[in-house]
Design a protein around this ligand. Structure first.
Ligand code: HEC
Ligand code: HEC
Ligand code: HEC
Ligand code: HEC
Length: 508
């Protein structure tokens, strides 16, 4: 298994490393430049929406105890001599990007963002940033900003495993292991072994949630674009756990549907997070524009619920050259009117495919996407459609999560998506790249279920073609965006995707 995994990691790592863009392109933003405050509408405190499967704590809010509480050598700070177990802290502090999430708030990009946003505090004191880069409690983040020493932890153990004030003591006692996930959740502990829970935990920061919001203001100020896809991000994280155990829970060590299920659950968890944020924005923005918004300034305390929020629309719908006639006009607008918005082009293009394979004829997002594609979506209609979509997504996510996928299911998912990818590739770079990530995860999963350690000739050929696809999706060396993604590259991409589809349907 190790070798294919390597390939997988390489592909995805390369894909994502090419995606660290826009950071530089924000150089041109002047603090006194164009001000979107006309469309920035007011905010209210962040109530947590009712629909959430996140672990809740019944008594008072859990607080963070800090990594020092985990890092002792006989707890999680071992040197690796016992394998991954017991050395979680060492892996995290040495290799995990989350360990530098707080210190990155001192870097040049962060400082530029503070100026552009006219923030009234430096980034490392602003909850606007800290709620993702160094949280000190679970949502609704109602405590004061912690001291520098505590914040230094960045995105630490408790950011994923749950604030530990209620479970730190109990979890070292012998009876902890006997407790069910639901019982542990009562203490504020999150069961990251459960893939739906894991997806939602990651999506809370990598997509956002009420109180954690990378909106277009932050992008325009220089924040890197959030490109989340669960299977790729999970693979890219230096594991402080046993990946084989992950695999075994979804089959056996030698035949596991882990990658496919993680991918499918991740698609739904990401969409659910996007819908959650949309509901929050649509409900909590109002026409009362507070003073700091009118002045274009951000308070360090608040995220602003902006409506309509530009960051929910595919970036390249606006950020592209203007030509008429253009290849976009020739391509068409996938059911939208010319000038309409492709809503959530990164997070949602494959949600319908997943829903269809798991028994929902209609995508949970159809009604919502139609409303959001209008240039001026109706806010009440959006909230109604979004609440409905969120319920359907949660049901779908939990239903997939409850299954152990068979080889036939993974095959059907892969061939259905392979058939769809040529059309998806023509829509935009976001859909093309999500198609690539889907094919990588599902093809890997089928390999993991083949009973063979090494891919056969056909498998190797598909891997080679996927690498070529990746090469085409990568940004040109001199750009921070897919500037060369146009009619010709789409045609070449489609040829390769059709070749993959062909080889999958040959003799299976
Ligand atoms: C509390 C918020 C938070 C949570 C929860 C979280 N992340 Fe992150 N993640 C971040 C931040 C912030 C960064 C950027 C750190 C930096 O470089 O400063 C990051 C970076 C990463 C990176 C590196 C990305 C790159 O471009 O190099 C990966 C991979 C990643 N996270 C995966 C995950 C996975 C998988 C999960 C869930 C198991 C997860 N994260 C949960 C906030 C979070
Ligand atoms: C919704 C959660 C969220 C919020 C709010 C947020 N960030 Fe981030 N930030 C992330 C994640 C996730 C990444 C990693 C992105 C990736 O690589 O996929 C990141 C990456 C970054 C990076 C790049 C780190 C590197 O490796 O170079 C900087 C700089 C940054 N954020 C600064 C800020 C600042 C400053 C603020 C506040 C004004 C802020 N962020 C608010 C989640 C957030
Ligand atoms: C970005 C999210 C994230 C962060 C930060 C994080 N973990 Fe984890 N952790 C996970 C995931 C995902 C797993 C794999 C699923 C599981 O076993 O729960 C995991 C697994 C574990 C396990 C179980 C290992 C096993 O094989 O059963 C332990 C123990 C653990 N983490 C401790 C820590 C400690 C200690 C820290 C801080 C030093 C930490 N984690 C930081 C996400 C995270
Ligand atoms: C509905 C149109 C629209 C969408 C969609 C949109 N933007 Fe923008 N963006 C703008 C406008 C308008 C500006 C201001 C341009 C100016 O000041 O000249 C801007 C400015 C920027 C800037 C500042 C740098 C520059 O070159 O102007 C960045 C970076 C940026 N956007 C990133 C993004 C990202 C990332 C997305 C997708 C998540 C996105 N935008 C989606 C309209 C949009």
């Amino acid at each position: 298994m190790a070798r294919q995994y390597q390939l997988r990691l390489l592909c995805v790592a390369a894909a994502l490393s090419g995606l660290a863009w826009f950071g530089q392109s924000s150089r041109g933003v002047e603090p006194d430049g164009p001000d979107f405050s006309a469309v920035r509408i007011a905010l209210q405190p962040d109530p947590k929406p009712a629909v959430t499967t996140k672990a809740t704590v019944p008594v008072d809010h859990s607080r963070y105890v800090g990594v020092a509480g985990c890092a002792a050598a006989n707890c999680h700070g071992g040197d690796g001599s016992r394998g991954v177990l017991g050395s979680e802290y060492s892996t995290w502090i040495q290799d995990d990007p989350h360990a530098k999430a707080y210190t990155d708030l001192f870097n040049e990009t962060s400082q530029r963002m503070v100026v552009a946003l006219r923030l009234d505090k430096p980034a490392h004191q602003a909850k606007l940033c800290l709620n993702c880069h160094g949280p000190q409690s679970d949502p609704p983040f109602d405590g004061p900003v912690a001291a520098h020493g505590a914040l230094l932890d960045g995105v630490s153990c408790e950011s994923c495993h749950g604030a530990a004030s209620h479970w730190l003591g109990p979890h070292v006692r012998r009876d902890w292991r006997q407790k069910s996930a639901a019982e542990k959740a009562e203490f504020g502990f999150r069961d990251t072994k459960d893939l739906w829970t894991r997806g939602k935990v990651c999506a809370d920061c990598h997509v956002g949630e009420p109180g954690r919001d990378v909106n277009h203001d932050l992008y325009a100020a220089g924040h890197p674009r959030l490109f989340f896809e669960l299977s790729a991000f999970n693979a890219n994280l230096p594991a402080h756990w046993d990946r084989k155990a992950d695999h075994k829970r979804e089959g056996t060590e030698t035949s596991s549907a882990f990658e496919a299920k993680l991918w499918a659950v991740g698609q739904i968890a990401s969409a659910e997070a996007a819908v959650d944020l949309l509901i929050h924005r649509a409900k909590n923005s109002s026409d009362d524009v507070p003073a700091f918004v009118r002045g274009g300034d951000y308070s360090h305390e608040k995220t602003i619920a902006v409506w309509p929020e530009l960051a929910e629309t595919g970036c390249f719908a606006c950020h592209h050259e203007l030509n008429s006639p253009s290849w976009r006009q020739a391509r068409g607008y996938a059911g939208r009117k010319p000038g309409g918005s492709p809503w959530q082009s990164w997070l949602t293009p494959l949600v319908g495919d997943v829903a269809a394979k798991f028994g929902q004829a209609d995508s949970p997002l159809t009604a919502l996407s139609t409303e959001m594609a209008k240039p001026y979506p109706d806010r009440a209609a959006v909230v109604a459609a979004a609440v409905d979509a969120q319920r359907k997504l949660s049901e779908l996510g939990e239903s997939i999560n409850g299954q152990t996928l068979s080889r036939e299911q993974v095959k059907a998912l892969l061939s259905g998506i392979a058939e769809h990818t040529p059309e998806l590739a023509a829509r935009n770079w976001d859909s093309a790249t999500q198609s690539y990530l889907a094919l990588v995860a599902l093809h890997q999963s089928l390999q993991d279920m083949s009973g063979s350690e090494v891919p056969d000739a056909k498998g190797r050929e598909i891997n080679r073609t996927l690498e070529e696809v990746l090469g085409q999706l990568a940004f040109p060396a001199d750009a921070d965006s897919p500037r060369t993604f146009d009619k010709e590259s789409i045609q070449q991409l489609q040829e390769r995707l059709r070749a993959i589809q062909q080889s999958l349907s040959n003799g299976q």
